[in-house]
Structures are given as structure tokens and as C-alpha cells.
Design a protein around this ligand. Structure first.
Ligand code: ATP
Length: 310
């Protein structure tokens, strides 16, 4: 692909259908076995070439703009810096992120912005990196970033960065109750370590019934196969989320679970119609900051076709 002066990449949020967490490694990371699914809740990252200098800037718009840093701690900026340094790029980039994924919500918002930026800068700067090379850089940026590149449904091992595609049939309908405020992922892992005696913690593993449920494409089978080892820790830090989960179940959700490290609550609906009904009930209940609905699985970070205007 030839380089372009402007590229927009659409990148999805992730959920964890199963998240099994092992005891912390000597480097502090927890080994996980997780089944990710990419859902149709997207951030769009637009990258515009700066030919005259090597500066990297970022602006944020959308629902959660005020919660996102615009300095070098922004994961999208770090992704651009990484490629620029690794491949001696002289040019810079102006990034604009339109955010619809909740920040610190357990849906990998920052990670997916980083994945989108890798894809965008690869095109913008004409680097011609392969998918494998992009995956390698994604893993340097964070545990969830490689999955955000590939999307669909995948098994994540190691810190979550070793991804393998998982067979999944059909489309599932999800509803998200987005809480006020975020939860820090490291805080949730610390709480998990505090809550469980380490000597009893086994190596992480994915439940076989989760794989069968995905193959069957049946939401009823998936509902009983979901799991999240971080849920108890997230609920310990934010007990009110338990009531939100129960409310969704009372309104007909097939299953309710904390998304990743939380505090977003996710609900599996039987079909798209039930998802709409559940979303309305949740929104009217006033229990959360906002409610979103999305289908999964969807692909990972993808370049959007340029809109040609006359
Ligand atoms: P994960 O599910 O991968 O653990 P998360 O969804 O809980 O992550 P993020 O939305 O990625 O959390 O945000 C975590 C922190 O990262 C935020 O508090 C924010 O300050 C910082 N951050 C850096 N870059 C970004 C970005 N592009 N978008 C959102 N947050 C970012």
C-alpha cells in the first residue's frame, strides 16, 4: 500500500468472555488465560502526516474526551513514538481520537487506540510492516494491544498478548452499563491478590464449555460458560456494581458479568430485540452513567475507506 497523508482507523473495544488469572510472576505480571471478543463499540483514530517536523500530537473528542491524557502517557502517542524511533522516521503525526469506548472501563480503550495508531502510522509513514511485525510492536505496548489488532474472538495467553484465533459461530448481542468513574487495572489485580491465598491459585486455564458454547453459537450456552476471576475483586472495590449486575438479570439478561477489570458491567441478551429492551431498562434505572449496545465478534483495527468529497 502507498503512504497517504491522512488515514482513519476504526478500532473496537474488547470484552473477556472468560478470564482466568494465575498467581503473579516474579516480574509482577499475572499470567492469564482469557477468551477475548471484539465488540462493535469503536474509537476512531485519524492520523495526519506532519512532513516538516517529527512532532507527535494528539487531540481527543467524543464521550470521554476529558478523561483521556493528551501528553506522552497517551497510549496512542506511545505507539507512534515506538514506530518513529524503531524505524528512524523523520516525519511526525497529528492524531485525533474520537472516543466512544469508556475510559478505564475494562474494555481496552487505550489499548485499542494504540493498535489503531500502529495501523495508521504504518500506512502514513509508508513502513510496510507485516501483520506479524505489527503484532510484535503491539505486545511491546501492552497486554491487550495485540488482540485489538486482530479482533474477532481469540484466546489470550501469557499476559494476554499471545493471541490465537478461536472458532466462534454467529453473532452475540451485548449491553454495557458504563459506570461513573473508572477502576485502575493494577488496583483490581492487587485486590485479587489480597483476597485469595496465593498457594491455592492454580495456573490459568480456559473452560472447555466456553469453547463449545462459542462453536455452538447459542447465547444460552454462552451465558452459562462466561467467567471472570477479576469480578470478585472489582466488586470488592465497587460493591454497588453487584446491584447493577443483578438488575440486568432481573430484566431478562441471560448473563451478567464485570467486563475485564471493570467497572463496566456487561450483559448477554438473547437477541437484538432483547438487547434493546434491556438497554432501555438500564438507562431508565439511572444506575449507570450511560448504556451502550453492541454486537460481537467484529474485526480488529481497520483502515476506513477515505471519504471523497466534491
Ligand atoms: P484494560 O481493559 O486494557 O485494562 P481499560 O479499558 O480499563 O483497560 P483504558 O481505557 O485503556 O482502561 O484506560 C486506562 C488508563 O490509561 C486511563 O486512566 C487513562 O489515563 C490512560 N490512557 C492512556 N491513553 C489512553 C487512551 N488513548 N484512551 C484511554 N485512556 C488512555
Amino acid at each position: 500500500m502507498p503512504p497517504s497523508a491522512e488515514v482513519t482507523v476504526r478500532a473496537p473495544a474488547k470484552i473477556n468472555l472468560g478470564l482466568s488469572v494465575g498467581p503473579p510472576r516474579p516480574d509482577g505480571f499475572h499470567p492469564v488465560a482469557t477468551v477475548y471478543q471484539a465488540v462493535a463499540l469503536y474509537d476512531d483514530v485519524t492520523a495526519v502526516l506532519r512532513e516538516d517536523d517529527g512532532e507527535i500530537s494528539v487531540e481527543i473528542s467524543g464521550d470521554f474526551a476529558d478523561d483521556v491524557p493528551t501528553d506522552e502517557t497517551n497510549l496512542a502517542v506511545r505507539a507512534a513514538q515506538l514506530l518513529q524511533a524503531e524505524y528512524d522516521v523523520d516525519e511526525g503525526v497529528d492524531l485525533t481520537i474520537r472516543k466512544t469506548i469508556p475510559v478505564a472501563g475494562g474494555m481496552a480503550g487505550g489499548s485499542t487506540d494504540a493498535a489503531a495508531t500502529l495501523v495508521a502510522c504504518n500506512r502514513l509513514w509508508g513502513l510496510q510492516l507485516t501483520q506479524t511485525e505489527l503484532q510484535h510492536h503491539a505486545a511491546e505496548l501492552g497486554s491487550d494491544v495485540p488482540f485489538c489488532l486482530v479482533g474477532h474472538t481469540a484466546l489470550g495467553q501469557g499476559r494476554g498478548e499471545q493471541v490465537t484465533e478461536v472458532m466462534s459461530r454467529g453473532t452475540f448481542h451485548w449491553v454495557f452499563a458504563i459506570a461513573d468513574g473508572g477502576l485502575s487495572t493494577p488496583d483490581v489485580y492487587r485486590e485479587l491478590d489480597r483476597m485469595r491465598p496465593l498457594r491455592r491459585v492454580e495456573a490459568p486455564q480456559v473452560r472447555p464449555e466456553l469453547m463449545s458454547a462459542l462453536l455452538s453459537g447459542q447465547p444460552g450456552a454462552l451465558a452459562v460458560a462466561l467467567s471472570n476471576d477479576l469480578q470478585a475483586a472489582a466488586l470488592s472495590l465497587r460493591p454497588e456494581l453487584g446491584e447493577t449486575l443483578q438488575f440486568g438479570l432481573d430484566q431478562g439478561a441471560l448473563a451478567a458479568q464485570i467486563s475485564g477489570s471493570g467497572p463496566t458491567c456487561l450483559f448477554l441478551a438473547a437477541d437484538s430485540r432483547s438487547a434493546v429492551d434491556l438497554a432501555v431498562e438500564l438507562a431508565e434505572s439511572g444506575r449507570c452513567r450511560m448504556v451502550r449496545q453492541a454486537e460481537g465478534p467484529v474485526p480488529g483495527a481497520r483502515i476506513l475507506p477515505a471519504i471523497v468529497s466534491r
